[in-house]
Design a binder for this molecule. Structure first.
Ligand SMILES: Cc1cc2nc3c(=O)[nH]c(=O)nc-3n(C[C@H](O)[C@H](O)[C@H](O)COP(=O)(O)OP(=O)(O)OC[C@H]3O[C@@H](n4cnc5c(N)ncnc54)[C@H](O)[C@@H]3O)c2cc1C
Length: 390
């Protein structure tokens, strides 16, 4: 494996780095949730004007047709510049690519430009109260009535549903078919009569996701992606995009936080010595350093596999399991380093590293969304190790 980037790719990196230098917001994100969302929306508009949204999409749909390596560089540089996340994360990472692959020309024309410029925000209505890991057991139903579906049911964990204009919704359209076969993939206007969104407050204090109710919501038949009862196949494309290359940005952010932890350990004292002189903490910081480096090398290995023309296989599960469990462990280490100060959120004037508390409280979520750690282990056990089905 050659771990160097080509001169052309390095040129791309410099071009993006310069653009970010010139355009990155000078003010930090506000803490309040609605204001923070507006800030991210404004940032996405700026990115879009510069042609830096959806870079991996074909040029015909507003992207750059960026190569895999350019996407990797993009993820790294965005994180390196500590650029905010664009507001329409789901729209860019999964809805756009799914429509480009499976949508009609009319759907692409109608939805794609407004995904890019954040005029329309998207959410994902897959999970239900009784269907998460076993997604194909979903019960929200849609019945065709003339040229419209009538949708009834409940979704949960709908990230950013309170800001969303549109939803990619999985519904059961044939209750008699085997469970993977009777599902349809719909595009639903979140402003339709009968849609109710109730935010759920998390341990972080933010309400990032929602319960979403559909009560006789009418959806035009033209809003089906793919064919009726073929939604499972479309949803699988969506989930592949969800576990994509953006993990490189996560790696850079984790490295940045680890650097901050190492600085903190060098400069903070406890029991008459700096934290970095404590043999147990030293060991843990060294372990963290090694694990964050391993994460990068594994990601490069995944990219190399794809560059050699092989599809992303169960490696995606290894990556997901590795980074999410590592992140949880590292955030716990951040709390240990702070000792009693770990109890102070950033609002406290005595807080020493206030954002770490938020990261700690948020980190368990990573081991749940996009397939829980147990589900990833099942996939690795069955498809990588060839163990019998559990
Ligand atoms: C921050 C966050 C954002 C999310 N955003 C969205 C969103 O926008 N849209 C959306 O549709 N969903 C979203 N989700 C939902 C997410 O996809 C589900 O939470 C996830 O799939 C798990 O489903 P569940 O919560 O129903 O847990 P369950 O499937 O009920 O699992 C409960 C426990 O049982 C374990 N388990 C289940 N099945 C097995 C098995 N076969 N073998 C071993 N253990 C098993 C699980 O690992 C878990 O520990 C989000 C979740 C989070 C945390």
């Amino acid at each position: 494996m050659d771990l160097r980037f080509s001169a052309e790719d390095e040129q791309y990196r410099l071009q993006l780095r310069q653009w970010l230098e010139d355009h990155r917001p000078s003010e930090p994100s506000p803490a309040e949730q609605d204001a923070a969302f507006a800030y991210r929306r404004a940032w996405q508009r700026k990115l879009c004007e510069g042609g830096w949204v959806g870079i991996h999409w074909p040029q015909a749909y507003g992207g750059q047709g960026a190569t895999l390596v350019q996407q990797a560089i993009y993820a790294q540089e965005m994180a390196r510049a500590r650029a905010p996340q664009p507001a329409n994360g789901l729209g860019i990472s999964i809805v756009g690519p799914t429509l480009i692959e499976h949508g009609t020309e009319a759907q692409k024309k109608r939805y794609i430009p407004k995904i890019l410029n954040a005029d329309e925000i998207w959410c994902q209505g897959f999970s239900e109260p009784n269907s998460g890991s076993d997604l194909a057991s979903l019960q929200t139903k849609a019945v065709l009535d003339g040229d419209e579906f009538v949708v009834n049911g409940q979704k949960i964990w709908t990230s950013l549903g309170q800001y969303a204009d549109w939803c990619i919704l999985l519904v059961r359209t044939d209750p008699h078919a085997p469970k993977h076969k009777g599902i349809t993939f719909l595009l639903v206007d979140m402003h339709s009569p009968g849609v109710t969104v109730r935010p759920l407050k998390q341990i972080t204090g933010h309400a990032e996701f929602n319960e979403t109710f559909f009560d006789n919501v009418r959806v035009p038949r033209a809003n089906v992606v793919g064919d009726i009862n073929d939604g499972w196949r479309i949803a699988m494309t969506t989930l592949t995009y969800e576990r994509g290359i953006s993990t490189l940005a996560t790696q850079v952010r984790m490295k940045q936080q680890l650097d901050a932890m190492i600085d903190y350990a060098r400069t903070s004292r406890s029991n008459g010595q700096t934290l970095s002189q404590d043999p147990v903490l030293r060991q843990q910081l060294a372990t963290a350093y090694i694990r964050v480096e391993i994460m990068l090398l594994n990601l490069y290995r995944g990219i190399t596999t794809q560059l050699r023309g092989r599809p992303p296989g169960p490696e995606a599960s290894l990556t997901k399991l590795y980074w999410s469990e590592l992140d949880k462990w590292m955030q716990e280490l951040g709390m240990t380093l702070q000792g009693p100060y770990a109890q102070l959120m950033r609002e406290s004037k005595h807080a020493v590293a206030g954002d770490w508390q938020y990261n700690f409280l948020r980190s368990r979520a990573g081991t749940i969304y996009s397939g829980t750690s147990e589900i990833q282990k099942n996939i690795i056990g069955e498809r990588v190790l060839g163990l019998p089905k559990g």
